[in-house]
Design a protein around this ligand. Structure first.
Ligand SMILES: NC(=O)c1ccc[n+]([C@@H]2O[C@H](COP(=O)([O-])OP(=O)(O)OC[C@H]3O[C@@H](n4cnc5c(N)ncnc54)[C@H](OP(=O)(O)O)[C@@H]3O)[C@@H](O)[C@H]2O)c1
Length: 339
């Protein structure tokens, strides 16, 4: 199978290459493309060195599958020009809510891959780790309502955001004074030693687009178009790994012990939950891993059928690259690619 990774030198693109390398997919040819910063560099894949070249849509049309790890506006431009060509797996938000585009987390709704019309979307990183936990709970107890608050790392905003956090931390420690002016364009305020309750643009009703992605994508993936979901998305000064505090209200009364064991038996979910030994997931423990980690599972004190959970995952690996390669594997195993 001939594969192209567009945006290969970005945060997600690099992880896609690593996950692809570890997969058993038979990759016979690999094209790596970028735009500016990464063009001319080389990257290793299965023992061979591959140059990152400028993105050229005509050469992308000649491969079997294109993985897009590009900004949303770039995906929006490239995807229509690939129509009728390779299978496109897009990690951006450009097409996630389009009716004809499957929005896929393989462990949750993998079979919908079959209904693709050339493009399959991977969800937002915060959505992926949330639905991995909501799905098994829904199967057992039935979901009635979901309320989530996120603690999202700066890498969720790409390479420039990591740079901004590093620069501001250095400045704060060197000067000994708080940094009040952001040292970069990734965030409107300094992110070092700070917390920003605002990710992506605001919508007219006071939510942000990031929050609405969690609402709308969750409903689409779970096939529950009327599920009441609301979210507050918060940026925190962590390099990698998103954390979420989730309140789930269900139809049947959930039992925390049973919930822990059914979550632990769901593929890709790991339960770390023992208050006695201070065992709970942390972003530094999730970094580099492809699982979703759950802890602090407990009964909600404010509603009888409520369960509270703390959910952590590597946003770049589990929240993007592992998911995208998982979609490719699913499509390959269904015989939807030549291979
Ligand atoms: N970061 C996350 O946690 C996460 C999670 C889920 C989904 N996503 C989505 O994944 C996508 C990539 O995010 P990221 O965090 O990896 O961003 P990033 O680190 O800023 O990387 C963006 C990549 O896109 C390339 N690019 C920019 N303009 C391009 C163009 N016109 N043609 C071809 N390539 C172009 C860049 O190439 P150069 O390096 O050559 O400039 C770079 O490699 C975004 O759509 C994002 O929403 C991100």
């Amino acid at each position: 199978m001939k594969v192209a990774v567009v945006g290969a030198g970005g945060l997600v693109g690099r992880r896609i290459l690593s996950v692809l390398e570890e997969s058993e997919l038979p990759v016979s040819a690999l094209i790596l493309t970028g735009h500016s910063r990464s063009v001319g560099k080389t990257m290793w894949f299965r023992g061979g060195e591959h140059p990152v070249v400028k993105t050229d849509v005509e050469s992308l049309r000649r491969v079997d599958a294109v993985l897009l790890a590009t900004p949303t506006e770039v995906s929006r431009d490239i995807v229509p020009r690939l129509r009728g060509g390779p299978l496109v797996i897009d990690t951006s938000s450009a097409f996630r809510l389009h009716d004809e585009v499957p929005l896929v987390v393989p462990e949750v709704n993998g079979p919908v891959v079959r209904h693709h019309h050339g493009v399959i979307a991977g969800p937002n990183c915060s959505t992926i780790q949330m639905v991995m936990v909501l799905h098994p709970l829904h199967q057992r107890y039935g979901l009635r309502r979901v309320v989530a608050t996120t603690y999202q790392s700066v890498s969720g905003a790409g390479y420039a955001a990591i740079r901004q956090l590093e620069d501001e931390v250095r400045e704060r420690l060197a000067s000994g004074k708080p940094v009040f002016t952001p040292l970069g364009d990734a965030f409107s305020y300094p992110i070092a030693f700070n917390v920003i309750p605002h990710i992506d643009a605001f919508t007219p009703d006071g939510y942000t687009r990031e929050e609405m992605k969690m609402v709308l994508e969750t409903r689409k993936i779970l096939g529950l178009p009327d599920l009441p979901v609301s979210a507050t998305a918060v940026r925190v000064p962590v390099f990698v790994g998103h954390s979420e505090s989730i309140l789930v209200e269900t139809d049947l009364t959930p039992d925390p012990d049973e919930a822990r064991s059914l979550l632990a038996s769901f593929p890709g979910v790991v339960v770390w939950d023992d208050p006695g030994t201070k065992t709970y997931p942390l972003p530094i423990m999730a970094e580099g891993k492809s699982q979703v980690f759950v802890g602090r599972v407990r009964r909600d004190l404010s509603c009888p059928r409520g369960l509270l959970l703390w959910v952590v995952a590597d946003n770049l690996v589990r929240g993007a690259a592992f998911n995208a390669v998982g979609i490719l594997e699913t499509a390959f195993n269904m015989g939807l690619l030549k291979g």
